[in-house]
Each structure stands twice: as C-alpha cells, then as structure tokens.
Ligand binder design. Structure first.
Ligand code: HEM
Length: 489
C-alpha cells in the first residue's frame, strides 16, 4: 500500500515537472503558472485588461505570463513599447503562427504574416496601391465625401429623431475601403455588406475572447464543437462572399488598366507569372479581406467613441462647431488640408482615439531572433503583446491621462501637438498600414457631420456608459443619439 502511494506521488510529481511552465533564464518576471493551463485562471474571461494592469503593478513594465504552456511577454508603457517595436524593430517584427486567429485565416493575408518576404511584399504593395488610389491625392477625399452624403441623407431623414449609430459608422468605414479594394460601394441594406460587417464584428470579439484563449492554451480542445467554431463559420461566409465578388471583378477587368486594389493585384500576378511569386489568388483574397476587416472595425469604433464623448461633453462639441464654422466659412466642403487650421478639432479627434484605445493589445508580435529588452533575455519565437492602452493613459505622458480632455493635445499657445505616447496605430515596421486613410476618414467624417448636425444624448437613456466591450477592438456599448440639423444649416 505504502509503495503504491509513493509511486502515485512520484508519478504526479513527474507529470507536474514535465508540464511545468518554465521561464528561461533572465526572462521577465511574472506570476507562477499551473501546468498545462498556464495563467489562464489569472485572467478575467470577459475582459482581461484590468488583470494585465494588476500584473503590471506587481511585476513592472515588462513582465511575462503563460498562455497554456507558452510564455508570453507583455510590454507596458511608452518606453518599453518603443524600445521593442522601434529601437529593436526587426527583432520584434514577427507574428505568432499557431494561434486561433492564424487557423481562422488559413495563413493568408498581411496582418498575421510572419516577418519575411510574403509580409514585406504584400505590405509594400498595399501601401503603394493605397497611395495610388488616392491617399495624398483628391480622389480618396472625394470617395469619403461621396460616402458621407449617403449618411447625411439618412441623418436628414431622421432629423430630430433618435437613432442607433452602430451600423451607420460600420457601413461608412466598410464602404470607403470597399471602394478602394473593389471599386464599388453597397447600399446599407445590401446583404453583402450586412453579412460581412456582422462576421467582422463578431470575429473581432471572438478572436481575443475566452474561447480563443482556451483554444490557444490547450491544443487538445481545438477539434471540439465549442463556441470558437462560430469564428470559422464566419470566415467561411466571408470567403464565400469574397469569392463571388472576386470572380465578378475578374470578368470585368481590363488587364493593365487597374481601377482598384483587386485589379492591381491581378496585374501583379500577371507580371510575375514566370517567376516563383508570393502574389497568388489565394493571397489576393486573404489580403483584400484583411484590409477590409482592418479598415472597418477600427475606424468605426473610434467614431462611435468620439461621438459618445462629444454628446457627453457638449461644451467640447460646441467649441468644435465654432472652429469649423469659422475656418470653413464660405467653403462648400472640408478638405484634409483644412486640419492645419483647426487645432481644436485635431485635438478632439486625437483625444477620441486616445480614450477609445481601439486596438488595446495591438496585433500580437513575436521575436524573430534571440534578443534583449530592458536587461531581460528574450528567446526567438517568444510571443509579445504591446499593451498600447498603457501608453495612451500613462501617468507622466499626458496632462490629463485619465479623463477626456482635448487639452492633452494642445500646447500653451493653443496649438495642436502630438505627445510621444500617442500610439493607437502602434509603432515600428508592423505599425498600422492604414493610418493615413484612417486619419483622413476620422477628420473628414467628424468635421462634416459636426458642421451639419448637433448630436444630443437622449435624456431618457440615463447616463452614458463609457465602459467598452472587450475584443481585438474595444467597442462602446450600443447607444443611441439624437441628431438635429444645426440652425446655421
Ligand atoms: C482608427 C483606425 C485604426 C487603428 C486604431 C488601427 C490600429 C492598428 C494597430 C494597433 C495595428 C497593429 C500594429 C502592430 O502590429 O504593431 C494595425 C495593423 C494594421 N492595420 Fe490598422 N488601424 C486602423 C485603421 C486601419 C485601416 C483603415 C486599415 C486599412 C487600410 C488598416 C490596416 C491595417 C493592416 C493591414 C495592419 C497590419 C500591418 C502589418 O502587419 O504590417 N488599419 N492597425
């Protein structure tokens, strides 16, 4: 009997030792972890951001925890994030390849591509194409204004009424990027846009959610029919819709005369037909969907946050409108150039981005080689999470880190300035490639709408709730707004 107990005890210890989560030597500190589960139980399932903040208080700006058996390093605060992503740029520019999100996207696209030629070529191609299709030229501004007209018409129909802006802002952002990618826009009731936006927004919540964490931590559960299967179904739906659209565009295209991103990509495939190329039709679908997703759920959630705060801080809304009226007097439409004469509006947009913290944990990175950070050793292949929110509300970096206040972006003379800790688009070689488009959209959309309408919080809805819903993107809880044509219009 005693021998059996000792043997059992030895077996248990052997197993614990085998599956123990071990930190490499001189690795960033962090909480002790359970075998197999890692620190899964340390993290709140609905929103782990507060738990990450608690761990930062205990272990410092660079700490580690375990996602299942895998060690992960969390970067907090401007200094650590910039030292990794900018100073040691190429060391930290990889992406993990074996997570839930990789499996859903089947290894295509630019966002999750590892640091290497496939990523480099597709990033360069996307940036060039975005530039050729109008960033820096007037055509992108015209597209944005064209799309805005549909929204304005909707709002005018609802003048004096209360509406839910959720779908509206997703539709604007989605249609703007659709025009760049596919050369077409969709009516807001169209099934294509409704389905795509539904799948994008659902997957953005599933991808960082508790079931994805379980999927990443315990590979054994991956084949089980658990709620993460829904994300795979959504990807299938989106791929089916994209395939139909791509086939249609292929029929219509004139080689050598590209009208949109898809045409340019197909020309690129033709150009490289005789070589081993990273440009393939499968990658075309993956890249188009990446840009569509990245360009929809981010800009729209930032707009939703911006308008939520503008309704709650009506004196800020009024001051924006005064500046807009003054600068645009006699002008038909606002241009992106006008931002240089609108320091307050610029400050409000940036402050909306700061408090929105739209992509709180960035996209996860991975070290591409053995490296060092702030005195710690970090082996190749370590997953890195830049916690961007910890820079966006970092004490010492902002005049008012924990409140909505456009003064955060205004100097003593009332001029607009951008503090170093403003990192909503991340930093370094993997930094958001849609930053230029997003900044143009935010400025033109917010300025045009504020010029035309007052946005009023409906009294009967009680107090606004600023607590966001967690996911790859942070989303304001659904709210309603009253839109009222301004007296000057
Ligand atoms: C307010 C709007 C936006 C915010 C806050 C935002 C934020 C981000 C962040 C934090 C990342 C991760 C960077 C990293 O890994 O370090 C990212 C990546 C990316 N974003 Fe955005 N984004 C926005 C709009 C857009 C738009 C409009 C597009 C489409 C044109 C876009 C396309 C991308 C792509 C393709 C990547 C992956 C880049 C790479 O891996 O090289 N984003 N974005």
């Amino acid at each position: 009997m005693l021998t059996s107990i000792i043997l059992l005890w030895l077996c248990v210890w052997f197993l614990i030792f085998q599956f123990k989560c071990r930190r490499p030597k001189n690795f960033p500190p962090g909480p002790a972890a359970l075998p197999l589960l890692g620190n899964l139980l340390h993290l709140g399932f609905d929103n782990p951001l507060n738990d990450f903040e608690r761990l930062r208080k205990t272990y410092g700006d660079v700490y580690s925890f375990f996602l299942g058996p895998r060690p992960v390093i969390m970067l907090n605060g401007t200094k650590a994030i910039k030292e990794a992503l900018v100073t040691k740029a190429s060391d930290f520019a990889g992406r993990p390849q074996d997570l839930f999100v990789n499996d859903t996207t089947e290894g295509t696209g630019v966002i999750l591509a590892d640091y290497g030629d496939v990523w480099r070529n597709h990033r360069r191609f996307a940036l060039t194409t975005l530039r050729n299709f109008g960033l820096g030229k007037n055509s992108m501004e015209e597209r944005i204004h064209g799309e805005l007209q549909h929204t304005i018409t909707e709002m005018e129909k609802n003048n004096g009424k209360i509406l839910s802006p959720q779908h509206m802002f997703h539709n604007i952002s989605s249609n703007i990027i659709c025009q760049v990618l596919f050369g077409k826009r969709y009516d807001y009731g169209d099934n294509f846009i409704k389905e795509i936006v539904r799948c994008f927004t659902e997957n953005s919540k599933l991808a960082n959610g508790p079931w994805a964490m379980l999927y990443d931590s315990i590979p054994a559960v991956r084949k089980l029919p658990l709620p993460f299967k829904r994300a795979f179904d959504n990807v299938k739906t989106v791929q089916r819709l994209a395939n139909g659209l791509l086939n249609e565009l292929k029929q219509m295209r004139v080689p050598g005369e590209p009208q949109d991103f898809v045409d340019c990509y197909l020309d690129e495939i033709d150009k490289r037909r005789d070589e081993v190329s990273v440009f393939t039709e499968e990658q075309l679908r993956g890249n188009a969907l990446d840009l569509h997703f990245a360009g929809t759920d981010t800009t729209s959630n930032t707009l939703l946050t911006g308008f939520l705060y503008l309704m709650s801080y009506s004196h800020v809304q009024e001051r924006c409108q005064q500046e807009i009226d003054q600068v645009l007097e006699g002008k038909n439409v606002v241009t992106f150039e006008d931002r240089h004469n609108m320091p307050y509006m610029q400050a409000v947009i940036h402050e909306s981005q700061r408090v929105a913290n739209t992509v709180p944990l960035s996209v996860f990175h991975e070290t591409s080689k053995d490296t060092e950070l702030m005195g710690y050793f970090i082996p190749k292949g370590t997953m890195i999470i830049p916690n961007l929110g910890t820079a966006l509300n970092e004490d010492g970096q902002w005049k008012f880190p924990h409140e909505f206040n456009p003064e955060n972006f205004l100097n003593d003379k009332g001029e607009f300035f951008k503090p170093d800790a403003f990192l909503p688009f991340s930093a370094g070689p993997r930094m958001c490639l849609g930053e230029g488009l997003a900044r143009m959209e935010l400025f033109l959309i917010m300025t045009t709408l504020l010029r035309k309408f007052d946005f009023i919080w409906p009294e009967e809805d009680g107090k606004p709730d600023f607590t966001p819903v967690y996911g790859v993107t942070l989303t304001p809880k659904p709210y309603r707004m009253k839109v009222q044509l301004r007296a000057t219009q």
